[in-house]
Design a protein around this ligand. Structure first.
Ligand SMILES: Nc1ncnc2c1ncn2[C@@H]1O[C@H](COP(=O)(O)OP(=O)(O)OP(=O)(O)O)[C@@H](O)[C@H]1O
Ligand SMILES: [Mg+2]
Length: 229
């Protein structure tokens, strides 16, 4: 096993068979000890956060696998907090794709003059660059194309996949009367065929979920979704 990359919430290793191993840590993003899925710093450690994140990730990736959606998922060992995935070639230095159903978070901060908190949004997709130094700036399809990060047709494919995947997550939450307000996904290309696939994780740390208008913390969300299975 070879160490590849130390992330904020996961470490990445490469395995002899060419697959990657993601080790989920108990670090969560936030500031001043308060969890914030949009933050770019590790704000706190919560015991069990890594395993909870992986349990939810396994839950969603297995649903996506069943539906034939291309992802990097191979297998997961929740007790070891380890997930085996297919290695991906990332777009540029990494992109985040956000799907929004309600105006909260950075959308509300940016467009507050034109929207109100909680306004309904119709699976609105936006892309940001993973660039901590520049606070993950949003980027348009034209700019992605111009800078050679994504072609316009790849952008359309990414947007479609994002709306399909986010819709599946939204429906899954809805079964438990939980509302998905927004979700952040990552994509990459497969090494051999350049096919676009979903990578990284789908956990409480990547989404904002509410019940009866009250925000649900990531660990609580994991319990509500997975423990009752
Ligand atoms: N299949 C994959 N192939 C290659 N890299 C991957 C794959 N899945 C996830 N990654 C990358 O592995 C890293 C996982 O670490 P982590 O989630 O801690 O990331 P980070 O970028 O430091 O933090 P954040 O997600 O908050 O920006 C990320 O950079 C992610 O893009
Ligand atoms: Mg991450």
């Amino acid at each position: 096993m070879k160490f590849v990359y130390q992330g904020k919430t996961k470490d990445v290793y490469s395995l002899e068979d060419g697959n990657y191993l993601l080790k989920f840590k108990d670090d969560v993003t936030g500031e001043d000890g308060i969890f914030d899925p949009g933050a770019n710093t590790v704000g706190l450690q919560i015991e069990g956060a890594g395993k909870a994140g992986l349990r939810l990730t396994k839950f969603f990736f297995e649903i996506l696998q069943e539906k034939g959606i291309p992802t990097h998922y191979v297998s997961a060992n929740v007790d070891a907090a380890e997930m085996i995935v297919k290695p991906a070639k990332i777009f540029g230095h990494g992109l985040e794709v956000i799907c929004r159903y309600r105006a909260v978070g950075s959308f509300l901060r940016r467009y507050g003059k034109y929207t109100v908190e909680g306004q309904e949004l119709d699976a609105f997709v936006e892309v940001t660059l993973k660039d901590d130094e520049r606070q993950d700036p949003p980027i348009s399809a034209d700019a992605l194309n111009m800078l050679g990060i994504l072609s316009l047709s790849e952008y359309e494919e990414l947007k479609n996949l994002t709306q399909i995947i986010s819709g599946i997550v939204k429906d899954e939450l809805k079964k438990r009367n939980i509302d998905l307000y927004d979700i952040k996904l990552e994509f990459g290309r497969t090494e051999q065929s350049n096919e676009i696939m979903l990578i990284d994780e789908i956990s409480g740390g990547n989404m904002r979920a509410y019940k009866d208008g009250v925000y649900i913390e990531p660990l609580e969300l994991e319990k509500m979704l997975v423990e009752q299975m």
